[in-house]
Design a protein around this ligand. Sequence first.
Ligand SMILES: [Zn+2]
Length: 287
Amino acid sequence: MPELPEVEALAAFLDERLSGHAVVAATPVAIQALKTYDPPLSALVGAEVAGVRRHGKFLDFSVGDVHLVIHLARAGWIRWREELPVEPPRPGKGPLALRVRMGDPGGGFDVTEAGTKKGLAVYVVRDPAEVPGIARLGIDPLSEDFTVEELGRLLEGERRQIKGVLRDQSVLAGIGNAYSDEILHAAKMSPFKLAAKLTPTEVEELHRDTIATLTDAVERSRGLPMKDLKSEKKSGLRVHGRTGEKCPVCGDTVREVSFADSSLQYCPTCQTGGKPLADRRMSRLLK
Ligand SMILES: [Zn+2]
């Protein structure tokens, strides 16, 4: 799933390509992805793109008087194409969900979604805050407002485990399963630690490592072609998605805890005092 760094890079790339150019056509292909009907998708046609920016994991295209907002969910992606086929796309079983054709000098982009679990969401609104997921967003961890004091305030009295809190979009905007694993590994903190139990020093370290991890990922993605962003993300991850591999910091084996529809990865030596965390699926397999 694209998270803050990838969406930031996509927004920067698209902002450069699209700003000052008019939309010539917007063709919905997977109709269920379109979550709004007023204003219609056709409100984009003929209007000029003023800019593309990010809110959490949402992309926000400012086009004339309206905003095209896209949430890529688990398997969504955007593909810039210098040349689009002349034939209009047909609804079908393929991954194409939306095609936007740009005016002079041409080109455009395809919004796609792989797999059968459809979560991609496209909105056309007058104000981005009309999108419920954007209205609910918490603080952006790369904004100036994200201070140690602010993080301390957010975690105060928080009864949940730190992993869940980091991923909660209404607390911190833009961090998902992958970067929460990476941040906790950098901070040498167990994903199951109760947020309210963090000491002031731990809050400080978590704050520093949150910013450092995300900034580093943004820097590595900056200026890369859109097609290379996914592999860049993967190569930069130290523990996420690396079950069974060696921790690059200490050499211990990266372990995982699996849940119904996701899993987390961590290094026991770096994060849990060498003790593996309980994992029901793993213990079932080992019996
Ligand atoms: Zn380690």
